[in-house]
Design a protein around this ligand. Structure first.
Ligand SMILES: [Zn+2]
Length: 114
């Protein structure tokens, strides 16, 4: 499939951007901690861990999706819908390189099955 290298480059670059953002959030959490010096250390540490995981939950998910997409590139299944098996449109892959579903399946999932 043509454009696979480009997709891989985009995914790797996106992953790097996400990883770079993590330390900033760590610093923010630490600043928030210093603004509340009265709280006991141990509980605040736990709070920071909680807050950090909350802050980065969406990003952690995105990193997982990117890793899964890179795995599919290695296994030559990239660009193939995981639900119906048809090819995902090139425009969609360019806009959303980590997607695992074609536009039809994605629309159906968004509308919900209930
Ligand atoms: Zn599909």
């Amino acid at each position: 499939m043509r454009g696979l290298d480009k997709a891989k480059q985009m995914l790797v670059a996106r992953r790097r951007t996400l990883e770079k953002r993590l330390p900033e959030q760590l610093i923010e959490a630490r600043d928030a901690r210093e603004a509340q010096p009265a709280v006991e250390d141990e509980s605040v540490d736990r709070e920071i861990v909680d807050r950090l995981s909350a802050l980065t939950a969406a990003e952690q998910h995105e990193v997982q999706e990117i890793d899964a997409a890179l795995f599919r590139i290695e296994n030559h299944t990239y660009g193939q819908c995981e639900r119906c098996g048809s090819a995902i449109g090139r425009g969609r892959l360019q806009a959303l390189p980590e997607t695992r579903f074609c536009i039809e399946c994605s629309d159906q999932a968004r509308k919900g099955r209930s």
